[in-house]
Design a protein around this ligand. Sequence first.
Ligand SMILES: C[S@@+](CC[C@H](N)C(=O)[O-])C[C@H]1O[C@@H](n2cnc3c(N)ncnc32)[C@H](O)[C@@H]1O
Length: 253
Amino acid sequence: MRVSARDIERAWDALGTLRGWDFSKVRDARGPTPWDYDDVVRAHLRPEHRVLDVGTGGGERFIGLASEFRHGVGVDAARSMLGTARDNASRAGAHEMTFALMDAAALAFGEASFDVVLTRHVQIHEEQIARVLRPGGLFITQEVGYDNTLNIWPAFGWDREAWGWDTDTVLAALVPRLRDAGFHIRTQCEYDVPYMFLDLESFLFWIRSVPFPEEVTLDAHGDALLRFVRDNSSADGIHTNEQRILVVAEKVA
Ligand SMILES: C[S@@+](CC[C@H](N)C(=O)[O-])C[C@H]1O[C@@H](n2cnc3c(N)ncnc32)[C@H](O)[C@@H]1O
């Protein structure tokens, strides 16, 4: 992929804005992965379940699972996300789902209120999750791994450790925390696969939208963007890696 500074400027100016947490317009490809988050969650859901999704964003994932359980509550600390989530649920006909403004560190639900708690790509507060789960209930989480998109960090002069990536991103650190909070680990796994943006617009939209140590702007990062694309492209696309961790844990009675 041959790219000039002018190509980057043109693509940048035409980028749309992120709505909720919707990356469906990003054209990408990844190496084979050992699991798919939606499939894993679906396999554990039952029609009678009460399910909580913490850090639900615009509910994009959660709403897609609505037909699998009885009652779903999505919570998020950002008010703007809740408006999007309610709108998305209404469009999808998921009228039974509710959404609330709430901090994951202070879940405003009673003990044993849920059969399943989900978190995907959001900080885990395991004591809160253990408290609101019934004994025997399941906590299912997929998190971004510590070594995710590894070539991005040095190319933009960012330091992962200084930014404070925490133990949610490393299985060997997360699993003991969950055990200490009263969980039995049913499944723990990790993948790290090649990941590729299929066009320049998709890469720019992604890097401008996901949390990094600083907001990516054309003024501040134009040179770094051009260098990264030139150094990490093939005819197929722009290359990095995707690392994810997955845990399915049961609250011990
Ligand atoms: C990376 S997005 C993931 C959204 C969604 N779970 C998904 O996988 O598409 C993280 C979400 O967590 C929310 N969030 C971050 N910190 C939070 C907290 N302390 N309590 C509740 N939500 C939080 C953010 O507002 C954002 O919507």
